[in-house]
Design a binder for this molecule. Sequence first.
Ligand SMILES: Nc1ncnc2c1ncn2[C@@H]1O[C@H](COP(=O)(O)OP(=O)(O)OP(=O)(O)O)[C@@H](O)[C@H]1O
Ligand SMILES: [Mg+2]
Ligand SMILES: [Zn+2]
Length: 466
Amino acid sequence: MHSYPYTITISSEKGGVGKTTLATNLAIYLKAMREDMPVTILSFDNHFTIDKMFEIRKALDESADVHALLMGAPAREVVQVGQYGVGYIPSSTELADIHERFKGPMTLTRMLAESGLSGIVIIDTRPDLNILTQNALYAADRVLIPVKDMPSLENCKNIFALFDQRGIDKKSLALLPCLIDSRIKFEGIFKDQKTLLRAFAVNRGYRCLDSYISKSPKVESLNTNPDGKIYPILTHARGTEVHSQFLEITRDILRSVDTTEETRSCLYHKWLLEKESRKKESYLARLEGLAERCHICGSLLSEKPEGRSFYFETSDRAARGFLHGDCVSDMLCSTLYGLTSRSDAYTAARMAVANNAGRAVSLLAPRMEGSENRLDYRQFSMGGEQLLQKNIEMPGFDSGEFDGVHDKLYLLLNEALSGFEGKLRQGGWLSVYPVDPANPEAVLHEDYYKIIQKVQQSISRELEIT
Ligand SMILES: Nc1ncnc2c1ncn2[C@@H]1O[C@H](COP(=O)(O)OP(=O)(O)OP(=O)(O)O)[C@@H](O)[C@H]1O
Ligand SMILES: [Mg+2]
Ligand SMILES: [Zn+2]
């Protein structure tokens, strides 16, 4: 069974509100209260607090860090076994170049979904809303936003606005009053700092946890000591109010972990897989309707699969299939220049034609001009820009006379565009695309096929104008 982690992101644009203290200690409390549940922590900051707190010994592979993870390294290769049973991913100072890679908002969600990590992942972020923080916000089942004063509360609106912009449900977001100085008392209904913050939060439509974290000199001292270590609240500040506050927050989080059936990374992964399978289905459907024969030489493509260098499709999509490169070159050589394999200039001309056609989309649109059959031949770039146009006579086309010059063209048109009672389908045309002979079917894959559909559209528009 594939596992997906429950993800908690700690974020605030304001610095020094207690994010890292919350993230690291929360990891320890969670692990202490659920020994059998993996807890993994990582930070997008370069303060190395995580490392100082959890490192048992230097990792053997120095490049196994957050940077490697974000560059796509499998999570199992970068997670280190840390103190207190918490897994951690070493921090990195090199995250600046990652921003390029993380243009999309859901990249981290996908990585977490594919990471194979289970249990809980805690992400500590930098005090800004850069693309990495945004990714961490969208990946989270829970976002804890520490607020300590009015400015930090004001800043929250940017996080909420990000979710609004993308139309993402904000139910994962919750404020947590931190660094609350219980000695401060006010007159009136907002009797203290946390009541005041909570009232303002609710007033602005932000969810605020019932718990809060007090400011405690003991907690502050945990990262200021002669050994340069950072000690956890659980082991070194048990007697404090903050300890019971952490217990309460941890219980609250475990309740939501237990009641979450599908985490965000799981839901996103399922959605991705579904999208993939829809893509695959339409690809298979496109494969299904392909012509069995090359419509120019008539040979079965299953018997002569090599050299399938072109794909054609009619305007109504009723006929589609592959054509041999040689067949198309021969056809164009005679259609465009009246040359046949018996002509002197044939070899040189054919090379030029093959070269051109191998790069451009050819349009073949048969037309009646008065009582005469004509071919409107054009070339387009893959971007849909018209490069060339020729109006070509088609003598004897109606009566089915083959003259040794136009045979191949007539065969293709008849095979692909014939309709009721042997007449061509009214207004029909066909376009021919160069494909990679090593893997011609690739043209039917979603991404490539989209390009073809676009060119078809611009050809349609072009034909309507003229
Ligand atoms: N409950 C607390 N009581 C007293 N001091 C605290 C408490 N929580 C954190 N601190 C102290 O406040 C300072 C800032 O905390 P912390 O580093 O956790 O904030 P941060 O939001 O991660 O900061 P940054 O935005 O710079 O990453 C630290 O010196 C820390 O020791
Ligand atoms: Mg921090
Ligand atoms: Zn052929």
